[in-house]
Design a protein around this ligand. Structure first.
Ligand SMILES: Nc1ncnc2c1ncn2[C@@H]1O[C@H](COP(=O)(O)OP(=O)(O)O)[C@@H](O)[C@H]1O
Ligand SMILES: [Mg+2]
Length: 171
């Protein structure tokens, strides 16, 4: 029992999720299978320009997708400030991030190293999505949708509905 408790791994999957894609969901599924508890955490102070969806809308979409998929050990929340501080407050041992291509690695590696410097015991886990999602990004989804392209196989149906419901389309 004590040993089991010591091995308990809670991980944070941080990101912008504007909006959630099947690539994110693929990673959530893979992550949820190897950790005990996975917290999807939307960074609310992201320095990425104006998001299409509010944090509240993004939480709703992720919560709904988690429920549809039946991921019992996955929750969603929001945070701002330093990821390492949030992880510490949550009692998380790991951060989950996705690698689609070398370009992701170039961005992720210094961030992981900086997080390690700030919080030496917090590990960053990198996972690759299924091949068909290696080119999927929230930004590309928004861009293609705005131009009338079909993105229905790349995001959950509930996200397609939300994209359609957005009156003003912005990239
Ligand atoms: N299609 C995908 N397959 C695998 N991982 C992905 C995919 N899209 C995004 N990710 C990963 O999910 C995490 C969150 O991505 P994103 O929502 O773009 O937020 P961020 O602003 O942190 O990049 C990142 O680690 C990113 O590499
Ligand atoms: Mg990104």
């Amino acid at each position: 029992m004590l040993l089991a408790a010591m091995k308990y791994v809670k991980a944070i999957y941080p990101g912008t999720f504007d909006p959630l894609t099947n690539g994110h969901l693929d990673l959530i599924e893979r992550g949820s299978k190897i950790v005990d508890e996975l917290v999807v955490a939307i960074l609310s102070n992201a320095d990425k320009g104006t998001p299409l969806f509010t944090v509240g809308e993004r939480i709703e979409m992720i919560a709904e997708a988690i429920a549809v998929q039946g991921f019992a050990n996955v929750t969603v929340t929001t945070f701002d400030g330093l990821l390492v501080e949030f992880a510490r407050a949550q009692g998380a041992k790991a951060v989950l991030r996705g690698i689609r291509a070398i370009s992701d690695y170039e961005y992720e590696f210094p961030m992981a190293m900086m997080n390690r410097r700030l919080s030496p015991n917090l590990e960053t886990l990198f996972m690759m999505p299924a091949e068909q999602y290696t080119y999927v990004s929230s930004r590309l989804i928004k861009g293609v949708f705005n131009l009338g392209g079909d993105v229905s196989e790349l995001v959950p149906p509930l996200v397609v509905q939300r994209l359609k419901a957005k009156g003003t389309r912005k990239i």
